[in-house]
Write a protein of this length. Structure first.
Ligand SMILES: [Zn+2]
Ligand SMILES: [Zn+2]
Lengths: 239, 201
């Protein structure tokens, strides 16, 4: 009955279990979100070493269980080491993991989400762009079918003087119809780059008022979609 | 699942099941063990719990377990106040003391930052660490949080907050395998890790 299977995955989070085990929550390439037990992983000298920490990108051999699978073997694809040396990289990585954990479905394959997550973590470890996480959030929402309207007022169809952004209404609003939060022309332009297939141009933008705006709108939009706060963002926002 | 035990038994199982690392099955096993054990043994256990809970508190300075205002380490004036070792829990002090390599004082955070669980600096004894530095003349802070993601976030966050202070900030060496809990490291490895600590900039 119980069968072994191989897959690649990213560790989304872990929970302590009993004395020295952990439950590992993974987004796998072919099996969607999977929960598996890693036995003895908290012991020094565990055969899993540090390969099951959040953000680890790994190749796994798993034993299928009724509820929880069991981790049998782990090989590193991308080590977390480059992410772990910088506080900003870790916090960005955590925000990405939390959003994915909230949106991914148990045992429902979503290879595109998996590829996006791997790409986002790689970009975080090599880029200092302030827009890596917001860009990922907008792409994630687009993948979920929630793509904000950025070109015409969602209420009246006006194309000029777009000054506000409201996820409740699904996008930008003109001066006459405005609701939600204000948005600057620069921020709107960055969002158009992100969602219009010009990600690299967006990632080249420096830290600015506009990048902060895009960041805030992206966080609020994800929170609106998952109907709860992103904890990993809130923890660092207070400072 | 309907409760099939009489109410006192079920209450005991429920209470035990709230302990860390004790699942429903273990809770049941422990409860049955206690119910079969001699009355004296159980009384001793109950007494030791209430006794520890009434007599033990947190050291007002370092948040280690203490029986008085200050813990035995803070009271020991042979220990140097110039080097401060930051740990997540009191049990890590026990592990570090076994190495015999450290003669400074400690600061217990009572946990680690966990962004995914929403545990940030406010939930830890972080401010309490920063206000110790000047009055105690601390020259070096060694960050001995666990070598895992949460421990690493905590260490990097403290290092960033300590930048404006005139103290050397070091991190316990990476001789420790990532992913393991500090409390499971053997004395030799831990002692070596402490010796080979590196400065964080
Ligand atoms: Zn309008
Ligand atoms: Zn003390």
């Amino acid at each position: 009955m119980s069968r072994l299977y191989r897959d690649s995955g990213v560790v989304l989070r872990t929970y302590k279990l009993a004395e020295s085990d952990r439950i590992i929550v993974l987004l796998t390439e072919e099996h969607g979100k999977v929960r598996a037990v890693a036995k003895g992983v908290r012991k020094t000298g565990s055969k899993f070493g540090g390969r099951l920490e959040p953000m680890s990108h790994i190749r796994l051999l798993l034993h299928e269980g009724r509820d929880l699978d069991i981790v049998n073997q782990v090989d590193t694809i991308d080590s977390v080491a480059p992410l772990m040396i910088d506080l900003d990289h870790i916090t960005q990585g955590m925000a990405v993991l939390e959003a994915v954990d909230q949106m991914a479905m148990d045992r429902e394959p979503n290879p595109q989400l998996y590829r996006m997550l791997v790409g986002a973590l790689r970009t975080i470890s090599t880029s200092d762009s302030p827009l890596v996480v917001p860009a990922f959030f907008w792409k994630l929402l687009a993948l979920e079918g929630v793509r904000p309207e950025l070109d015409v007022c969602v209420r009246c169809g006006e194309t000029a003087a777009l000054v506000a952004f409201d996820m409740d209404h699904g996008g930008v609003l003109c001066r006459n119809c405005r609701s939600g939060a204000p948005i600057s022309a620069e921020a709107l332009q960055l969002m158009r780059l992100i969602l219009g297939g010009q990600l690299n141009a967006a990632l080249a933008a420096p830290v600015s008022q506009a990048s902060h705006e895009v960041n805030n709108h992206a966080t609020r939009a994800v929170e609106h979609h998952i109907e709860r706060k992103l904890r990993s963002v809130a923890v660092f926002e207070r400072h | 699942m309907a409760a099939t035990y009489t109410q006192p038994v079920q209450t005991l199982i429920d209470e035990l099941g709230r302990l860390p690392g004790v699942g429903p099955k273990s809770a049941q096993r422990i409860a049955f063990h206690l119910l079969k054990a001699p009355r004296d043994d159980v009384a001793r256990l109950a007494h030791s719990i209430t006794d520890a809970k009434t007599r033990v508190r947190f050291c007002v300075r370092c948040f280690n377990f203490a029986e008085a205002e200050l813990c035995p380490i803070c009271l020991d004036d042979r220990r140097s106040g110039q080097v401060l070792c930051v740990v997540e829990e009191s049990r890590d002090i026990v592990a570090l003391e076994k190495t015999g390599e450290f003669h400074g004082r400690y600061h217990v955070l009572l946990g680690a930052m966990s962004p995914l669980e929403g545990i940030g600096p406010e939930q830890l004894k972080m401010k309490e660490l920063f206000i110790r530095l000047e009055p105690e003349g601390v020259e070096e802070v060694i960050l001995c949080t666990n070598p895992n993601t949460e421990g690493e976030v905590t260490a990097l966050y403290i290092a960033r907050m300590l930048k404006p202070f005139d103290v050397k900030v070091t991190r316990i060496a990476s001789g420790l395998p990532v992913g393991g809990d500090l409390e499971y490291a053997d004395e030799l490895t831990l002692g070596r890790a402490l010796e080979g600590r590196r400065e964080l900039t």
